[in-house]
Design a protein around this ligand. Structure first.
Ligand SMILES: Nc1ncnc2c1ncn2[C@@H]1O[C@H](COP(=O)(O)OP(=O)(O)O)[C@@H](O)[C@H]1O
Ligand SMILES: [Mg+2]
Length: 428
């Protein structure tokens, strides 16, 4: 391989020099193998960015296949909820699940929950989308229209729409129907809406999947309504599922609102990639561009990225850009690391850090000074020489902002991997 690489390199070098020679330009930019051309860089660091290779998620994909198959056949099945830290690939996996459902000709829709926002409108838009996907194949247009009428009535019960304080309109051009899914009580309305949506899908022998990202941000009353509607559906065997993704404390949020939520959802903890999967995430896309990594480069990359998918993409991307030729070496990774860290400091860590107030930052710095494992809130108070109760507002708003979470009473941890390390390198 080394021989081949050398020859290839020599070939490019000649071609380049003639090219620039003809134009009478200096030999700049430095000769770089065409293979590791930045234009062909496959890596994709960024929230929700589809990775060039979805590595290490076979088990979850298989599980979701089974869910789809069973639900379509009207078999009782728990839906799936993905949980994990930021940057582990929940959104990407949720989007992949959505593609799988679409491939089976299901109707699909997706929402991203926001704190302090009712899910009524987003759910209405998502189900509108889902049913629009099904409509062209449906033999009875009046069934679709009937459902859209109910959907519109449901959407119009949004508190703001009802008050007339908003210019929002559901964009559904059939008259709103009356007497179904429009009571104003979200639990009743969601249940009726889901049952009706499921029955439209049943006509076609398919299902409907509603995806909810950042599910920990759904308001408590809405979580409760959502669980109740799912519970009702699971009993009637209607082919509609709610598939969620959120931070590690999401199971706690759900069970706090309905004790039976454990029986509605199967929790899949999405975590760091093991060494084999992290290597695959780098090697497979590179191979498609005729680029290789040395074993030592992969060692160095695993050490730097620690198996976190976001970091795998970030380090892979910069290493590719800075490597002069294939194979990418450990030295290339070493040169790339500071730049990759710089980009992460701005895009991944900094953007979140900036959302915190001075008091909240102080709280997080205290957490970081204690260690990288989940820390006791009482230890944070001690570090800051404050009364624990006086720190509750900072802690609560950090949880609301999604920067920290509490998986167990009295313990808190960062939602962002390596955040403690980032903070310790940060002036207070
Ligand atoms: N299985 C995977 N293999 C390789 N890269 C992945 C994988 N899952 C996610 N990524 C990458 O990780 C980054 C974060 O993914 P995202 O889905 O936004 O994470 P989350 O929603 O958990 O914060 C993206 O750049 C994405 O391309
Ligand atoms: Mg996400």
């Amino acid at each position: 391989m080394v021989m081949l690489e050398a020859r290839r390199h020599a070939r490019h070098a000649t071609r380049r020099s003639t090219f620039y020679g003809n134009l009478g330009r200096p030999q700049y930019p430095a000769i770089k193998s065409e293979n590791v051309d930045p234009v062909r860089n496959p890596y994709a660091p960024g929230a929700g960015q589809r990775p060039p290779e979805l590595a290490g998620r076979d088990r979850e994909l298989r599980q979701f296949e089974i869910v789809l198959e069973r639900v379509a056949r009207g078999r009782p099945e728990r839906s799936m909820v993905l949980t994990g830290l930021r940057g582990v690939g929940k959104t990407v996996l949720l989007n992949t699940f959505r593609s799988m459902a679409m491939q089976r000709l299901w109707g699909t829709g997706k929402i991203e929950a926001r704190p302090e926002q009712s899910i009524r409108r987003p759910v209405a838009s998502a189900l509108h989308m889902a049913v629009r996907e099904l409509a062209p194949r449906h033999r009875a247009p009046e069934r679709i229209e009937g459902f859209l009428g109910v959907l519109k009535a449901f959407a119009m019960r949004d508190p703001q729409a009802a008050k007339g304080t908003s210019h929002w309109s559901p964009g559904i051009d059939v008259p709103a129907s009356r007497g179904r899914a429009d009571s104003g009580d979200l639990e009743i309305d969601l249940t009726e809406l889901f049952v009706d949506a499921a029955s439209v899908a049943t006509d076609l022998g398919v299902g409907i999947a509603l995806f909810i990202d950042e599910m920990q941000d759904v308001q408590a009353v809405d979580v409760s309504a959502l669980c109740a509607a799912c519970h009702e559906l699971s009993q009637s065997g209607g082919p509609l599922i709610v598939v969620g993704a959120g931070l590690p404390h999401l199971p706690g949020v759900l069970s706090a609102s309905k004790s039976y939520s454990e029986r509605l959802f199967r929790y899949a903890r999405i975590d760091r990639l093991d060494r084999a999967a992290a290597d695959l995430a780098l090697i497979a896309p590179a191979a498609r561009e005729d680029v290789e990594f040395t074993e030592e480069a992969l060692d160095a990359l695993y050490e730097a990225a620690d198996g976190y998918p976001y970091f795998v993409q970030a380090y892979g991307k910069v290493a590719w850009d800075l490597a002069p030729a294939s194979p990418i070496t450990a030295d290339d990774v070493k040169v790339a690391a500071p730049e990759a860290e710089g980009e992460l400091a701005v895009g991944f860590f900094g953007s979140r850090y900036e959302r915190a107030t001075p008091a909240e930052r102080e709280y997080m710095h205290a957490m970081a000074s204690i260690g990288d494992e989940p820390v006791l809130t009482s230890d944070v108070a001690e570090t800051l020489k404050r009364k624990p109760s006086s720190l509750s507002p900072a802690r609560d708003s950090l949880i609301k902002k999604g920067l920290i979470y509490s998986a167990e009473r009295g313990l808190i941890a960062f939602t962002v991997p390596h955040f403690g390390r980032f903070l310790r390198a940060q002036p207070i």
